[in-house]
Write a protein that binds this ligand. Structure first.
Ligand SMILES: [Ca+2]
Ligand SMILES: [Ca+2]
Length: 155
C-alpha cells in the first residue's frame, strides 16, 4: 500500500514530467509530405519534422505559422514529435534561398522567373518576396535591366 506521502510525491513526479514533456511551441515552417505520404510540419528553427493535431485545410507546400504544445509523450501517427492543440495561420515570410535569379524562389531558374519579374515590374503583379534574388545584375534595384539580364542568363 502506498502511503499518502508516497502518493503525493508520485503525483508530483508525474506532473513535473508532463510539464517537462509538454512545451509551448511557436514557429514558422513548411508543410510537406513524407515518403509515406504523411503530411508533416517542418519548422524553420526546430530540428526534425512534427505531426500536428489539426491541419485546418492547409496542405503540402504551404508556409505556415504553427503554435501549440509540443508533447514528446504523445504519438500522433506520422512522427514521434507531435504538436497538440495547435493553431495554423498563414503569414510566415518566405524562407528565401538566396539563389540569385530564382525570382519566384521555387528552387529552379527558368522562364517562370522571367515571368515573375515582368509581372512585378510592368503588370503590378505579385510582389517578389525574395527581392534580392531578382536582382540579376546586382545593382540593388529591381528594374527592366534585370529582365534583360535574366533573359541572357536563361537563353
Ligand atoms: Ca524560379
Ligand atoms: Ca538590378
Amino acid at each position: 500500500m502506498i502511503s499518502s506521502v508516497g502518493a503525493i510525491s508520485l503525483a508530483l513526479m508525474f506532473s513535473a514530467s508532463s510539464l517537462w514533456a509538454a512545451g509551448n511551441f511557436d514557429d514558422c515552417g513548411s508543410l510537406r509530405l513524407t515518403n509515406d505520404g504523411c503530411l508533416v510540419f517542418a519548422p524553420d528553427h526546430h530540428p526534425g519534422i512534427y505531426s500536428l493535431d489539426n491541419y485546418f485545410g492547409f496542405g503540402a507546400g504551404d508556409r505556415v505559422h504553427v503554435t501549440g504544445r509540443h508533447d514528446s509523450n504523445y504519438f500522433c501517427g506520422c512522427s514521434s514529435r507531435c504538436i497538440r492543440q495547435n493553431t495554423i495561420t498563414e503569414g510566415c515570410s518566405t524562407l528565401c534561398s538566396s539563389v540569385q535569379n530564382d525570382v519566384n524562389n521555387d528552387g529552379r531558374i527558368n522562364v517562370s522567373d522571367i515571368v515573375a519579374l515582368i509581372s512585378y515590374i510592368f503588370l503590378g503583379g505579385e510582389a517578389i518576396e525574395c527581392l534580392e534574388q531578382g536582382d540579376c545584375n546586382s545593382n540593388g534595384r529591381i528594374e527592366i535591366s534585370d529582365v534583360v539580364c535574366l533573359i541572357d542568363v536563361i537563353f
